[in-house]
Design a protein around this ligand. Structure first.
Ligand code: CO8
Length: 261
């Protein structure tokens, strides 16, 4: 498949999606979001890929929904189309993707751009990263998880301040409050994201899928239900050949040879 607004490649067992609309600071037009969705779906279906990295490159992650494209859309069209979910489906794709997706964020991740990064499994940020939900400044509000995922990630007070004022958060603050997992110099960001994704891709895929699923459940259920879910998956992992191999390799002081079985 050929893409107009993104670049898609594989680096070993890692799928790499790069947003590529520099003229609009990678603003998330419909076409770009459809392409990201298609690329992630293709990697999800590709047995040779174990993890995905989503980046906007060294300058900017994404400056939000494409305001010029969104401008003037009638309410009834958005409502009937369940915008932005059914229309652009990337949010659903990321929600359903069982392979880990890592966001590598440099520069602005604003509005829908911040929401896109948060829809990934974790965020590695460059020192240049700036996160924000500035929609209120154009008379709107976050529409793809900004009020929900941000609140879960950084707590009510920070999320309220960001959504109500549009204040941006720099990389150091984002790391301090848990929005991003680590901050790196911009020149190391992509290499490190690819290295982390590569290490994940080498692990037992059933174990990785189970771990991801269990962590995601933490956002959606009670502690007791989450612990029960985790326990059942932990027990289930013992039914995989990879778990037996991993433990035997540890005991035998050798590298495990996982077969994703
Ligand atoms: N949409 C469309 N074009 C944009 C956007 C955008 N969000 N952001 C930047 N651009 C364009 C500019 O119009 C400009 O184009 P041109 O040269 O043709 O005039 C080019 O990118 C460069 O931008 P600037 O000249 O403004 O660059 P600056 O360095 O001066 O400023 C900023 C950079 C601070 C990022 C500034 O461009 C800005 O404030 N952008 C808008 C940020 C914003 O409000 N984002 C939220 C948008 S609303 C949203 O995301 C709702 C999410 C809903 C759910 C998700 C659905 C997809």
């Amino acid at each position: 498949m050929s893409y107009e607004h993104i670049r898609v490649e594989t680096r070993g067992a890692v799928g790499l999606v790069t947003l590529d609309r520099p003229e609009a600071m990678n603003a998330l037009c419909d076409g770009l979001l459809r392409e990201v969705s298609a690329a992630v779906r293709a990697f999800a279906a590709d047995d040779g890929v174990g993890a995905v990295v989503l980046t906007g490159g060294d300058e900017v992650f994404a400056a939000g929904a494409d305001i010029k494209e969104m401008q003037g859309r009638p309410f009834v069209d958005l409502f009937l189309g369940d915008f932005p979910n059914s229309h652009q489906e990337v949010w659903v794709t990321l929600e359903q993707c069982r392979k880990p997706v890592i966001a590598a964020v440099a520069g602005y991740a604003l509005g829908g751009g911040c929401e896109l990064a948060m829809a990934c499994d974790f965020i590695l940020a460059a020192e240049t990263a700036k996160f924000g939900q500035p929609e209120v400044k154009i008379g709107a509000l976050p529409g793809a998880g900004g009020t929900q995922r941000l609140t879960r990630l950084v707590g009510k007070s920070k999320a309220m301040e960001m959504c109500l004022t549009g204040r941006l958060m720099d990389a150091a603050e984002a790391e301090r409050v848990g929005l991003v997992s680590r901050v790196l110099p911009v020149e190391r960001l992509l290499d490190e994201a690819l290295a982390v994704a590569g290490r994940i891709a080498e692990l037992s895929r059933p174990a990785v899928f189970m771990a991801k699923e269990a962590v995601k459940v933490a956002d959606e259920t009670t502690l007791q239900e989450g612990l029960r879910f985790e326990r059942r998956l932990f027990e289930a992992a013992f039914a995989t050949a990879d778990c037996a191999e991993g433990m035997a390799a540890f005991a035998g002081k050798r590298k495990p040879a996982f077969r994703n079985r």
